[in-house]
Ligand binder design. Structure first.
Ligand code: BES
Ligand code: ZN
Ligand code: ZN
Length: 506
């Protein structure tokens, strides 16, 4: 979809539909919505008076014009209460409006930049959010099945209309950034939605290579032999049950201009392209969702794509340990003891707790590469879904300062996270009789014991672990989320990199 911004009055826009908005409880619309209302002979005011439309968040009123405007339809989208207005509501209102208009067959749509007028938001930020919302709300994974409309209903152009010429240049910047952010999220969504018979570890490496060459990034793929040489026994243990060779994908971006060594951000993502549980096999119901067990890997690859396209002044390296977790005659057994790259041994009590095993080696490798700050993203524990549902990503750290920055980034991106504790006592739960640790810690505090295991492989390096088990996939369309992969944490990681160069001391 093309997104353009024009210094033009709303009323003179010629196309299939026009989007305006209304805050909840407003009786007489002002600004652009008021102007459109007057052009329509007061139809919006009439609908408000009859209580057919109240401006509640995501509420929609579709009006058909009869010669009063140069568009066939006007869609009024509810923004909710003005005192509760946020940038995230701009994103979701934009998404809901665009999905509605695609549904009625609109191909050319004009819109006001929600929030930039009466909403009082920064023009650049509002334009960015409208763009993100439109692109993410219209996202579809329709590679294997034509949508119900046979793929005919496609919005070709979205024109953002702004009367004040002086604001157009700033808004253009916002649109450009919004597109980069949304395309990064869509890249992650595509990878997560792709089934495991197509997206094997090798295919994930191929997609990462294509992305890297498209963005001018350097990429290295470590093969099984390299992992053996490096002593990555934990990663190899998980991979040994599958016919598909494991890959450790390493993508680097150098954006820092200064000389000498500075902070180097490492983003590590779990890349299990299918998690059957291994010998500790999962129940079959719902197992198909485990094609998305590489959502963390997808998020970090998508983030570095966005970071490179935005040319952020930071150095970033992405690591994705990619493998399948399958049962077979060669699969690891419960009770096996594996040795990670840093020499620590892990007793594998449950082969389904495989994410922490592959991340153990990837985190060791990240430290060895000299990365100074680490953030890992993983669909690590079902227990995190029990604790936080699909609303918030679980967050864990060994370093309050890095956590502060990750929280700040998550707030800027409007992607909710929630910090969980890491007290020493939780570490007791993963003590093993015969190895340095065991890979599960019992029923209690599952997300925390998972994080505690990971902490053994980062040493003193500042590190944040994000458990996206509950947030990586959505059950229904809502706002700019669509059913299926969400691309959770992609925008947060990009926002983290935006603040990183300047803020973090090396
Ligand atoms: N990939 C799963 C976690 C998961 C579950 C993600 C549901 C998304 C939705 C992970 O590898 C796993 O199986 N974890 C186990 C750990 C347990 C054996 C300690 C779990 O959560 O059941
Ligand atoms: Zn598992
Ligand atoms: Zn898993």
């Amino acid at each position: 979809m093309k997104i353009e911004i024009r210094a033009q009055d709303l009323l003179s826009y010629e196309g299939d539909a026009l989007i305006v908005n209304l805050f909840e409880g407003v009786e007489r619309p002002g600004g652009s919505t008021g102007a459109v209302d007057r052009a329509l002979g007061g139809s919006i005011t009439a609908a408000i008076r009859r209580r057919e439309f109240t401006g509640k968040l995501h509420e929609r009123l579709l009006l058909h014009t009869v010669g009063q405007l140069l568009v066939a339809r006007v869609l009024v989208i509810g923004l909710g209460k003005q005192e509760e207005f946020t940038l995230d509501r701009v994103r979701s209102a934009s998404a809901e409006a665009m999905r509605h208009l695609r549904g009625v067959g609109a191909k050319t749509v004009g819109s006001i930049v929600h929030g930039a007028g009466i909403g009082g938001l920064d023009a650049d930020q509002a334009a960015c959010a409208v763009t993100e919302g439109a692109l993410l709300g219209l996202y579809r994974f329709d590679k294997y099945k034509k949508p119900d409309d046979n793929g005919k209903k496609v919005v070709r152009t979205l024109t953002l209309l702004e009367r004040d010429k002086a604001r157009v240049a700033t808004m253009k910047k916002g649109v450009r950034r919004g597109r980069i952010l949304a395309e990064a999220v869509s890249f992650a969504r595509d990878l997560v939605n792709e089934p495991a018979n197509t997206l094997t570890p090798s295919e994930l490496a191929v997609r990462a290579k294509k992305m890297a060459s498209g963005c001018g990034l350097s990429i290295k793929i470590l093969e099984r032999a390299d992992m053996k040489k490096l002593g990555m026994g934990a990663l190899l243990g998980v991979a040994q049950g599958s016919q598909e060779p494991p890959k450790l994908i390493e993508v680097s971006y150098k954006g820092r201009k200064g000389k000498g060594t500075g902070p180097r951000l490492g983003l590590v993502g779990k890349g299990v392209t299918f998690d059957s549980g291994g010998i500790s096999i999962k129940p079959s119901e719902g197992m198909e969702a485990m094609k998305g067990d590489m959502a963390g890997g997808a998020a970090v690859l998508a983030a570095i794509k966005g970071i490179a396209e935005l040319k952020l002044p930071v150095d970033v390296t992405v690591l994705v340990p990619a493998t399948e977790n399958l049962p077979s005659g060669t699969a690891q057994h419960p009770g096996d003891i594996v040795k990670a790259m840093n020499g620590k041994t892990i007793e594998v009590i449950n082969t389904d707790a495989e994410g922490r095993l592959i991340l153990a080696d990837a985190l060791c490798y990240a430290c060895e590469r000299g990365l100074t700050h680490l953030v890992d993203v993983a669909t690590l524990t079902g227990a995190c879904i029990i604790a936080l549902g699909s609303v918030r990503t679980g967050a864990f750290t060994n370093n309050p300062e890095l956590m502060r920055q990750v929280k700040q980034a998550s707030e800027a991106a409007c992607e909710k996270i929630w910090e969980l504790p890491m007290d020493d006592e939780y570490g007791e739960q993963i003590k093993s009789d015969c190895a340095d640790m065991k890979n599960i810690g019992g029923k209690k505090a599952g997300p925390i014991t998972g994080a505690k295991l990971l902490a053994n492989f980062v040493g003193k390096t500042p590190w944040v672990h994000l458990d996206i088990a509950g947030t990586a996939q959505a059950e229904k369309d809502s706002g700019y989320q669509v059913k299926g992969a969400t691309g959770a944490m992609v925008r947060t990681l990009i926002c983290l990199a935006m603040g990183f160069g300047g803020v973090v001391k090396s």
